[in-house]
Design a binder for this molecule. Structure first.
Ligand code: NAP
Ligand code: FER
Length: 336
């Protein structure tokens, strides 16, 4: 039996616009007892992701929204501390959707084993987890990149964007990243091997795209929406493919903002814009994970993690994520 206190971050109230510290509260309870068929897990790394802002909102979604008092949604990398299932042993590393909390007793069949030989275990919720698989399937299936294509990706230095650009390079694309600082831009070019980068805060994105790729953009992996999507749509090549992966520039919006101002460009260029969710490709996730892991081992896929120490820092870092404070995959280190 494990004695002690479990801490969980709950949504105290629904945010109106940008989340604030007051929208979150810590709930304390005894560390739970695993029942027959359960494992007791202790969080090592907690993943913070933009989609969590969507869960805090009421309204239509593929997932049920949080109610005030619910534990914040999220996936963690954890250690099995007690096992009442033949599926796991004490000491196994797993990933589990237990949300923002330090401990949980969960049915063993809901927990996935992490192979520590593949890469550092933190990557199980990063480059080898949901964000990496989003990049892999969104790019290959929705953008359908071909050698010689110009591929543009926004939030380029982030968990998804960094992987998208590198898989684009592996497929022979000319890759242009869009990011929010000179440091992030130089990182994607100099460390990740993108061909070029545009700082959307200091440069005119539409003009830079026209200069860097006069023949137009063949594939756009959209992580942000808003005015950056508009700028890319000003520069489409014929038969371009736009993957609508995320719209982070609008996640804190109180009113649904005015839509793309240049839909006519799709018509003129016979282009396609398609939304997708990483879960659409769930049956092939293990294939994607294996390929991503192989590229890491071969040195062809690099990744950056932004690891912040301390469970108590989760809300502040999450608010920062929506503002672009993170640089690479954002994780909270909860215990050793
Ligand atoms: P991330 O890129 O690591 O972090 C978010 C980044 O978004 C920030 O660092 C910031 O970078 C950028 N950003 C924030 N506000 C912005 C704004 N107003 N305009 C432009 N950029 C802004 O996050 P991630 O986990 O890789 O997620 C990236 C996108 O993919 C998100 O939209 C997310 O919702 C989406 N996603 C979708 C799926 C799916 O299944 N469809 C799955 C996973 C993720 P800068 O400093 O460069 O602005
Ligand atoms: C994400 C952004 C949005 C994401 C999922 C969604 C899994 C889905 C939103 C909806 O159904 O309303 O990053 O990641």
């Amino acid at each position: 039996m494990q004695t002690g206190i479990n801490r969980a971050w709950v949504m105290a109230s629904r945010p109106d616009g940008e989340p604030t510290a007051e929208n979150f509260a810590i709930d304390e309870s005894p560390i739970p007892e695993p029942e027959h068929g359960d494992v007791l897990v202790r969080t090592l790394f907690m993943s913070l992701d933009p989609y969590m802002r969507g869960r805090m909102r009421s309204g239509p979604s593929y997932a049920t929204p949080l109610q005030p008092g619910d534990v914040m949604t999220g996936e963690v990398v954890a250690r099995v501390e007690q096992s009442r299932s033949p599926m796991f042993r004490v000491g196994d590393t797993v990933r589990s959707n237990i949300g923002w909390q330090e401990w949980a007793a969960v049915p063993a069949h809901t927990v996935k084993l992490v192979d520590p030989e593949l890469a550092p275990i933190s990557t199980a919720v990063g480059v080898l987890g949901m964000p990496g698989l989003t990049a892999y399937f969104g790019l290959l299936e929705v953008c359908q990149p071909r050698a010689g294509d110009t591929l543009v990706v926004s939030a380029a230095s982030g968990a998804v964007g960094g992987v998208v650009g590198q898989i684009g390079s592996i497929n022979g694309c000319f890759v242009i990243g869009i990011a929010g600082s000179d440091e992030k831009c130089s990182y994607v070019v100099n460390e990740l091997g993108f061909n070029a980068a545009i700082n959307y805060k200091t440069q005119n994105v539409s003009e830079e795209l026209a200069r860097l790729s006069p023949a137009g953009v063949d594939a756009y992996f959209d992580n942000v929406g808003g005015t950056i999507l508009d700028a890319v749509m000003d520069n489409l090549a014929d038969s371009a493919r736009i993957a609508i992966c995320g719209q982070i520039s609008q996640y804190n919006a109180v009113e649904v903002p005015q839509g793309p101002r240049n839909i006519g460009s799709l018509l003129r260029t016979r282009s396609t814009a398609r939304g997708f969710l990483v879960y659409d490709f769930e049956r092939r996730h293990e294939i994607g994970r294996a390929r991503l892991a192989a590229w890491i081992k071969e040195g062809r896929l690099k990744y950056r993690e932004d690891i912040v120490d301390g469970f108590e820092n989760a809300p502040e870092e999450f608010i920062g994520l929506l503002r672009g404070k993170n640089f690479g995959k954002l994780l909270i280190k909860v215990s050793d």
